[in-house]
Design a protein around this ligand. Structure first.
Ligand SMILES: Nc1ncnc2c1ncn2[C@@H]1O[C@H](COP(=O)(O)OP(=O)(O)OP(=O)(O)O)[C@@H](O)[C@H]1O
Ligand SMILES: [Mg+2]
Length: 246
């Protein structure tokens, strides 16, 4: 089976000297959810932005077997690689509907209508607010909108950067439950960036641990089912940053 995504020796530099990501390699199988876990500054967002084509990177990125590293962000979106940035980045002054339409800017009118219905069905919290200003949504609802906007592009691979950031535990659970639903129903694969191991384990098939720009370990979800196993990887790879193991 061909991997949906194969990343080989990906490196990201900010300026001549600052290397944020160092020769990172991993693969994502079709429909898989692969998580990247690491402390603040470990290089998680840099990997995601490099995959999305938002920042330059060295190394090889193969998507559906074809190199995409030289493509623009827009071209990668057209192929099905869609980034949902951390901090939501919705346009507050636009309505919820307008934000969603923005996400589907490369789609046909028919696709946009279908996907809009799918997103509002998935996140019924925002459905009644669709013609209201996006800034009026709660933090959790804004996160739903941000994910919904990503889905409007019809992604094959969703790059989700800290969907739980700044959300109350109850809302985090809700967002992750919806993501688990999307995953069950569709063809979608996800690269998930998180700091919270417990939440990550609700969704991910496998977890890569990132420290100072390098992948330092990997665990399959089956190897992280017990509290002791989770504590072991936290001690080994994450230190104080990933202390929420329970
Ligand atoms: N635009 C930039 N210019 C210079 N350095 C940057 C830039 N963006 C990130 N860095 C640096 O690159 C490293 C990795 O940052 P990155 O944002 O990828 O980390 P992260 O794992 O996503 O962290 P967080 O959990 O805080 O979001 C950090 O040392 C950061 O300071
Ligand atoms: Mg980040």
């Amino acid at each position: 089976m061909t991997d949906l995504l194969a990343v080989r020796d990906l490196s990201v530099f900010y300026g001549a000297r600052a290397q944020a990501v160092e020769r990172v390699s991993f693969t994502v199988a079709p429909r898989a959810v692969v998580a990247l876990l690491g402390a603040n500054g470990a290089g998680k967002s840099s990997i995601m932005k490099a995959l999305a084509g938002l920042i330059p990177a060295r190394g090889e990125i193969l998507f559906e077997g074809a190199p995409v590293g030289a493509l623009t962000t827009r071209q990668r979106v057209a192929r099905g690689i869609v980034y949902v940035p951390e901090g939501r980045a919705i346009v507050g002054s636009l309505t919820v509907r307008e934000n969603l339409v923005l996400g589907g800017y490369q789609a046909t009118a028919v696709q946009r209508r279908e996907r809009m219905a799918m997103v509002l069905d998935l996140f019924p919290e925002i459905a009644p607010r669709v013609d209201g200003a996006a800034w009026k949504l709660s933090g959790g609802e804004q996160q739903m909108l941000a994910i919904g906007r990503g889905l409007m592009a019809g992604p094959k691979l969703l790059l989700l950067d800290e969907p739980s950031l700044g959300l109350a535990p109850l809302l985090v659970r809700r967002v992750f439950d919806r993501l688990a639903g999307i995953r069950r129903d569709g063809e979608l694969a996800i690269v998930l960036v998180e700091q919270n191991l417990q939440m990550t384990m609700r969704l991910a098939d496998g977890v890569h641990f990132l420290r100072s720009g390098r992948l330092v370990g990997h665990r399959h979800r089956d190897d992280l089912q017990t509290r002791a196993a989770r504590q072991e990887v936290i001690d080994a790879y994450l230190g104080a940053a990933g202390q929420h193991a329970a």
